[in-house]
Design a protein around this ligand. Structure first.
Ligand SMILES: Nc1ncnc2c1ncn2[C@@H]1O[C@H](COP(=O)(O)OP(=O)(O)OP(=O)(O)O)[C@@H](O)[C@H]1O
Ligand SMILES: [Mg+2]
Length: 366
């Protein structure tokens, strides 16, 4: 289950003002992953974002982070926490898409013994775990409406009621939520509560895809070359001109996470301390499902589709809507090679809704 607590987070150094890197005061003393040791904000758009983070972090405002996969949403959330007055409290990250609908409320709010079948002991939820600190709710668009109501209540009343409990527990938590779907569209479609949307969206951090902040690409490449190179005992790895060109030309559908993986892999296979274009595992042959909508405007392919639909309306089949929906779900799922996260993103729906449809049409059994 995708969640963890981390009360030992880093402090950003003010030296950032003069350079693109934020570094740990003493990185060697932290047994954290590479992601926690430095941040790159080199492109003007990123520097602007970092400036905004610095301004909103000390407040108690709820933050909504919006961005494609791998753009650094969790990193930004951690940064807000680290620069806030809550930095000595816990940072708890919870992926809302990781729970089934029946479990999500007990995970978030906790439960008393006997609250439901299988609740053998009382258990605190993630709101309580984050007390005094920050709760990061990732993929908030995946939350069922019933849990959305309860979150709103917790935010308004500043107290949490465990499932099956009579008494509320006072709670002091700053909420940061993240989404990679368009929440305002989800509100329009009735899948996300409008009141919660406005309550979350007090401060919004928009993380641009990497292709829209090209000034970050090479600094990130150098950053990961150095970090992974050091880990692997390599000294001063060079980046060939052809590799540099290829990295700058690439569309980066998987954003920074993809860049990190590509550099790590290139270091494993490069020769003579030099990374060449051939060492980069760039997926240029396939149009990624994630970037496809950006490359092909929707208006053009929709026209022939409308013609086909008009033909279907002439001789309507029974259950036409279900047939069409099944076709969309089946073809999108196949296009994304049965990857649920990518299919949900491609269609702009939450993973819970996708899973529900996949089950309905028999593509998923459990
Ligand atoms: N500004 C940055 N500087 C350095 N590394 C970064 C930066 N932003 C993101 N990363 C790296 O990119 C990776 C992805 O970041 P993160 O997990 O925060 O993305 P995400 O938007 O939460 O992704 P997902 O939507 O898939 O959950 C991390 O491993 C992190 O190390
Ligand atoms: Mg994330």
């Amino acid at each position: 289950m995708a969640k963890y607590r981390d009360s030992d987070f880093y402090n950003a150094s003010p030296e950032f003002q003069d350079g693109p890197l934020i570094t740990l005061p003493d990185p060697s003393s932290h047994a954290l992953s590479i992601r926690a040791t430095a941040l790159v904000f080199a492109d003007p758009a990123s520097r602007h974002l970092f400036d905004y983070i610095q301004r909103i972090a000390p407040s108690e405002a709820t933050v909504l982070i919006i961005g494609e996969t791998g753009t650094g949403k969790e990193l930004a959330a951690r940064q807000v926490h680290a620069l806030s007055n809550r930095k000595n409290g816990p940072f708890v990250a919870v992926n809302c898409g990781a729970f089934s609908e029946s479990l999500v409320e007990s995970e978030l709010f906790g439960h008393e013994k006997g609250a439901f079948t299988g609740a053998l002991n009382a258990r605190s939820g993630w709101f309580e775990a984050a007390n005094g600190g920050t709760l990061f709710l990732d993929e908030i668009g995946d939350l069922p409406l019933s849990a959305q109501v309860k979150i709103l209540r917790v935010l308004q009343e500043r107290e949490v009621v465990r499932l099956g409990a009579r008494q509320a527990i006072p709670i002091d938590v700053r909420l940061i939520a993240a989404t990679n779907i368009d929440l305002s569209a989800a509100v329009q479609a009735g899948r996300f509560r409008e009141d919660l949307y406005y309550r979350l969206n007090v401060a919004a951090l928009n993380l641009l895809p990497l292709r829209e902040r090209p000034g970050d690409i090479l600094p990130l490449v150098r950053h990961f070359l150095e970090r992974y190179g050091k880990r692997m005992g390599l000294s001063s790895v060079m980046l060939g001109d052809d590799a540099e060109r290829a990295l700058l030309d690439y569309a980066w559908p998987g954003n920074i996470r993809e860049l990190e993986n590509i550099i790590h892999h290139a270091l494993l296979i490069c020769r003579n301390g030099r990374v060449a274009a051939a060492d980069l595992n760039l997926n240029t042959s396939v149009i990624s499902p994630l970037s496809a909508p950006a490359r092909a405007p929707l208006s053009s392919p929709i026209k022939p589709l409308e013609t086909v639909l008009a033909d279907l309306y002439e001789q309507p089949a029974a259950n036409l809507f279900d047939t069409l929906e099944e076709t969309i779900i089946r073809t999108a799922y196949a296009y994304c090679e049965n990857n649920q996260v990518q299919t949900a993103r491609l269609l702009g729906i939450s993973r819970n809704i996708l899973r529900h449809r996949l089950k309905r049409y028999g593509f998923l059994t459990s």
